[in-house]
Ligand binder design. Structure first.
Ligand SMILES: [Ca+2]
Ligand SMILES: [Ca+2]
Length: 212
């Protein structure tokens, strides 16, 4: 038995250690980018209809030029990944359809992140407000922690004015136009269990080796 355990400890432990290393490595370095895959309109607001901007699924997936207009003062919560509701960390990216287009079509949002249904968990991301008039090399928003929901609150009317009763005129921009939102996926629980399993296996093998 001593020989068998010895071989196990030399080969098995090596494999387990490599498994643990591979499991850990991608967490921060090459975290998968996940896009919005579902949304709930918490507070609706007046928006236009041109270019299918009233279609919320235009805000899902990677940036493609199709967009969803939040509507003045609207509050919308987005979730991410497949299956949706995946946990994530920052930074995030928010693509507005006329980004970097000051002075036309000025729009802004407040970005918050939190755990769905737990109001006390929500924190405000930076920059706040997030304005499409700013020049972004990369339209990034930042925050600390792990969450499952990005909440956008339209601030366009409050910051830039507009005319909610006539969304078809120049200067009445409607709310913020969301082409795409993305964040970094927290690896699925399976990865964590693998790691725990590997470490548990290591400890067990060490105990057995000592016992022999
Ligand atoms: Ca708009
Ligand atoms: Ca889009």
């Amino acid at each position: 038995m001593g020989l068998v355990i010895n071989i196990l400890s030399k080969t098995g432990v090596g494999v387990l250690a490599i498994t643990a290393a591979l499991t850990l490595t991608p967490i921060k370095a090459d975290a998968a980018t996940i896009h919005a895959t579902s949304a709930d309109i918490i507070v609706d607001g007046p928006r236009g209809t041109a270019n299918n901007r009233d279609e919320i699924s235009n805000a899902f997936g990677a940036a493609d030029g199709a967009f969803f207009e939040l509507g003045y003062n609207a509050v919308v919560e987005f979730q991410f990944g497949t299956p949706t509701g995946q946990r994530f960390f920052g930074p995030g990216s928010l693509i507005e359809i006329t980004l970097n287009n000051d002075p036309s079509w000025k729009e802004a949002v407040r970005i918050e992140v939190g755990i769905k249904g737990d109001e006390s968990s929500f924190v405000t991301a930076q920059p706040n407000p997030f304005k499409n008039t700013e020049t972004f090399a990369n339209p990034v928003f930042t925050f600390d922690g792990i969450f499952d929901t990005v909440r956008l609150t339209d601030l366009t009317l409050a910051l830039f004015g507009g005319n909610p009763s006539n969304l078809s005129t120049q200067g009445a921009t409607g709310g913020f136009d969301v082409d795409a939102i993305s964040v970094s996926a927290v690896p699925l629980p399976a990865a964590g269990f693998l790691l725990v399993g590997a470490l548990g296996g290591l400890a067990a093998l060490r105990r057995r080796k000592r016992a022999s």
